[in-house]
Design a protein around this ligand. Structure first.
Ligand SMILES: C[S@@+](CC[C@H](N)C(=O)[O-])C[C@H]1O[C@@H](n2cnc3c(N)ncnc32)[C@H](O)[C@@H]1O
Length: 299
């Protein structure tokens, strides 16, 4: 397996927001290429520890190889199952949690996973290739109306109905199998625009299908409810999201003052310098919160 090509977004902002101290126990809920994990390991020092989770077995395998010898434990798990992952490691509470949701550059570059439009691999799009339904099966199975709703809601794609109708027409002749198949169908379905858009015409459709296949919003919603139950007093959570629906979930969760004290009035975003260095950071939004102090009931 090649070394990671993923560049961690908002590294300095994450560290400042989490205020990690030596000796702490920190969860990186989205190991990916391990960029943030390395920063967290350096911050906790030899007396602390990092628990790294990822749904993708390939990310866990790479992390275990590259970070061997550091104070880190790995679990291939959904971050919404953080309590179960901690139980399995015999850990009660943790001081900090980071979630950097979505897709890594390593997954995008792996032709067998189907995340990139020009891949001839199967249109899979699952973070965990053993869990749930691959995207090719979904696009060949769902009613066009349901497909259109998914593409509209999760992709914010204004041509969702045209795209769904074209998918339905094409699959009647032959099922859609590869990412390249789907990218071609989408490109043919959307009207030509002038000037041509900056992104590939299938970008929003792929994003929508990925979110649906992995039930990404559901995982995040559940994680936001469950993480506070395993944070130590004063514990902090930072979430980096790349989609407005995800950012809305985080914003709304952090509004609950019985649980959280928000540390970011508005989300932190990458500077123009970071965007120039790492274009993926363009749409990243970082929010953080500290566990609210329990209110003491008066006698
Ligand atoms: C943006 S990348 C993380 C990059 C990482 N912070 C770094 O610096 O390299 C997102 C990672 O989160 C994983 N992931 C996405 N949703 C997840 C979930 N619900 N539970 C656990 N891992 C998830 C993906 O498999 C992917 O490896």
């Amino acid at each position: 397996m090649p070394a990671s090509i993923h560049t961690a977004v908002l590294p300095a902002e994450v560290l400042a927001l989490l205020a990690v101290e030596p000796g702490m126990t920190v969860v990186d809920g989205t190991l990916g290429g391990g960029g943030h994990t390395r920063l967290l390991l350096d911050a906790v020092g030899p007396g602390g520890r990092v628990i790294a989770l990822d749904r993708d077995p390939a990310a866990i395998e790479r992390g275990a190889r590259e970070l061997a010898g550091r104070p880190i434990r790995f679990a291939q798990a959904n971050f919404c199952d953080l309590p179960e992952a901690l139980d399995a490691l015999g850990i009660d509470r943790v001081d900090r949690v980071l979630l950097d949701v979505g897709l890594s550059s390593d997954q995008l570059a792996d032709d067998t996973r189907g995340f990139s439009f020009d891949s001839d691999g199967p249109l899979d799009l699952r973070f965990d290739p053993t869990e749930g339904e691959p995207a090719w099966r979904m696009v060949n199975r769902l009613r066009p109306e349901t497909l259109a709703d998914i593409i509209y809601e999760f992709g914010e794609e204004r041509f969702s109905r045209r795209i769904a109708r074209r998918i339905a027409d094409v699959r009647e002749r032959e099922p859609i199998r590869t990412s390249r198949d789907l990218a071609r169908v989408v490109a043919a379905a959307v009207p030509r625009q002038k000037p041509p858009p900056r992104i590939h015409p299938a970008t929003r459709t792929f994003q929508a299908l990925r979110i649906a296949v992995n039930q990404e919003l559901k995982s995040l919603r559940i994680a936001l409810e469950r993480i506070p139950t395993r944070l130590a007093p004063g514990g902090r959570l930072a979430v980096i999201s790349f989609h407005s629906l995800e950012d809305r979930l985080v914003k709304e969760a952090f509004r609950n003052r019985q649980v959280w004290e928000s540390l970011t009035r508005s989300p932190l975003e990458a500077t123009p310098e970071e965007v120039a260095r790492n274009p993926r950071s363009r749409s990243a939004k970082l929010r953080g919160a500290r566990l609210a102090a329990p209110t003491v009931a008066a006698d």
